[in-house]
Design a protein around this ligand. Structure first.
Ligand code: AMP
Length: 184
């Protein structure tokens, strides 16, 4: 998160970091999977995470939070409610029922496509892209392409966790603020 942290924030963030567990070799060998389910299970870390995610996003005056399937949905809708914005899902292929646009991208493991409803975004809408984690940045970059194709403006990115070594931020829209609560 690129804004000053208080001493208490730093202690709270350490607690959140300790709550996220690493599962080696999931879903494939060599991947250190960051599992946020313990953070979701605990009522205090659940609430604190939402509050800390929302705090730097308020000034961005977003019209929409775009949440990335599937763990981007977990905080995406509550963040949208907090910011008095709408929520738009970006989903894996063939999940959305109405007419969609689609982009193919590279994952840390494999490749995939993502889709968004064609009528999801009005031209000039201010959009924040949210996911639980940024690794290579491929998914968030694909979501950026979808938003821009529909005439939206990406005004911020929000993640719980950033895997710094993979330099995913390089794949995001230049000059747009990125708020990652934790960096590993
Ligand atoms: P990427 O497109 O490489 O930035 O990958 C981000 C997406 O893949 C997010 O939706 C994450 O939930 C998931 N992901 C990638 N790597 C990991 C990891 N090491 N642990 C947990 N989720 C991951």
């Amino acid at each position: 998160m690129e804004y000053p942290f208080t001493k208490i924030d730093v202690q709270i963030l350490k607690l959140l970091e300790d709550t996220i567990r690493t599962i080696p070799d999931h879903p494939v060998k060599g991947i250190q999977f960051k599992d946020i389910t313990p953070l979701l299970k605990n009522r205090d870390t659940l609430e604190i995470t939402k509050r800390l995610l929302a705090r730097p996003l308020r000034p961005l005056q977003a019209d929409y939070i775009v949440g990335l399937e599937s763990r981007g949905f977990l905080f995406g809708t509550s963040l949208a409610q907090d910011l008095h914005a709408g929520f738009i899902p970006v989903r894996k292929p063939n999940k959305l029922p109405a007419e969609t646009i689609s982009v193919t991208y590279q994952l840390e493991y494999g490749s995939d496509s993502v889709e968004m409803h064609k009528d999801a975004i009005e031209i000039g809408s201010r959009v924040i892209i949210h996911d639980d984690l940024i690794a290579t940045g491929g998914t968030a970059a694909a979501a950026t392409t979808l938003v821009k194709k529909l005439g939206g403006v990406v005004v911020g990115y929000s993640f719980i966790l950033e895997i710094e070594a993979l330099e995913g931020l390089n794949n995001l829209e230049k000059g747009v603020p990125v708020y990652s609560l934790l960096k590993v």
